[in-house]
Each structure stands twice: as C-alpha cells, then as structure tokens.
Write a protein that binds this ligand. Sequence first.
Ligand SMILES: [Zn+2]
Length: 311
Amino acid sequence: MRILFLSLAAALGTTSAFGWGCEGHQMIALMARQQLKPAASAAVDKLLKENPISPALNRFCKDRPADIMADLSTWADDARNGEKTAAWHFVDIPMTVTKIPASGKNLDQWCPTDGGKAGSGCVTRAIQEQWQVLKDKTRTGEDRARALRYVIHFVEDMHQPLHDSDNMDQGGNCTVIGYFQEPKPSNLHAIWDYKMLQTDMERKKLNQASYVAAISAEFAGRRSKWAKEKTDPESWAWEGHAMATRLTYGLLKPEIPVEQPGETNCDAEKAKVAALHLSIGDDYVNRSLPAVREQLAHAAARLANLLNQTF
Ligand SMILES: [Zn+2]
C-alpha cells in the first residue's frame, strides 16, 4: 500500500489496500503456520505473546483470527504511520524495466536512503534488516517481536506484484479501473490486493479456512521444492515484477502506456487512465487468479522457511 492511498481509498469508497488486504495476509500466515517446525512454531508464539502490541492501536482488520501469527500479520499496516515505515512495504521497480539489468538484481537504486516521499528504505531491505534484529538474541524481546511482525508482513506484501512494481501510479493505486459491474471505479492495486481474491472465494463458496485448505492442496506438490529455496527477497521482487509485466499490467485492454520514471502525479495519471475506460472482467481475472493463488502459497512456504531457519 502506498502512502497516499488512504485519501484515494476514501475517494473511491474502497476499504482496503493493505497489501493483500486482511484476508490475504491472514491466509498466508495460516498456511505458513502449517509448515513451521514445532520448535519454530512455539518460539513464534512465545515471542509474540510475551511482547504484545499496544492495546490502544486501532486494528484495521476487524475479523481477527485466533492464530496470533495470522492476527499480527496485519499489524505493520496499522502501525505504518506511527512507526513511519510506509516505505518499507514495497519497492518501486519501474515498469520501463522489463528484465533484470545486466548489472545484477540489486535494488538499491529503487530503495531510497534519503527518506523519499514515503520515507527511507524499501521492502527487500526492510526484510533483511528486520530479520537481523529477529536473529539477534542480544536485542530485547520487544525489538525482536516487532521485527518478527515486520518480517511476516513484508514477506507477504512483496508477493503482491504491485508491491514490486510501479508505473508512476503508486503501484497501481492511481490506475483507475472498473471491476465487473461494480458501480464505482476501483483501482489496479485494490483489485490485486483483495478484489480478485474475494471473487475467487465467492465463486467457490469458500470461507477463509476452507480457502486455505484448497490452496494448500492445490500447491502441495510444490512444497518440498519451495522449502529448499534460498531466502532471497531481491529475487522474489524480480519475480513479482515479471508477474506485473506479464499479467497485472500486461493483460489490460486497451494497453496502458508504460510511463517513464519521474515524479508521480496521481491525479494526472488517474485522468489519463480513466479516459481509456478500462474494465476488468472474467478474462483478466481467470488468467490472473492462478498466479494470485500461487503467490499466496509461495509466500507462505518462503515465510515458513525463513522462520524455520531462524528458530
Ligand atoms: Zn503492507
């Protein structure tokens, strides 16, 4: 989710764009839980329970799961303003970049150190830094629990392709698009955060628990291979970016122009895209949903793998 999105959400009448929304974040955590070794699972619970979050914090997600890891997987969105960590939720690789540069996969040029608009840093660096804090037994429990909440959330966030991609539109937030017959226009970020997921759940008549079970079964054959993957957030970001190129932006009809990196002018971008009268329906959703489900399952496997290495 990008920094200006709250006002945009209010303007569009949408309620979420917190990187997968409540459902997506919680479901990844629930799937990751199933893949944690018993010692890691117990250590996660102990750290989170012994170092509770402020009871005064307003929690956006009102349906809070009993699993503490799933519940706290959305904490970083609630705390983003208070902690001044908005920039940590994404990395804006421009859509003009169509493949990993010859100079390598390093993302430093899109990871501000000078406190850009949303602050300093980006999601890949935040994962590495917070993981170090989590592993450091000399740090306080409070610091390590905060780091754990961040790591959980950011591994989840960066598997939403628009958290790795930007077309001068705040990761899709300024790209105005209709969604099926909905009377109000939506935006590309919200559609990838939660709308397609909701559509999939409604079509299949599944609730959160049964949807988690269905995705777990769908990708069961991939788990052992995924469990052997190296923890490599920069590669995950490039993978998300490739997905944004191929699907998120690539499937839009009519095509929208690839914007040269510069200053984002959200209002101008919205006006330009609105004139194209883009709308997303069955074709786009049916071609994107397998990737959405795979990203949820893959994020869970990678999160579990990271935590199994840590504890
Ligand atoms: Zn987020």
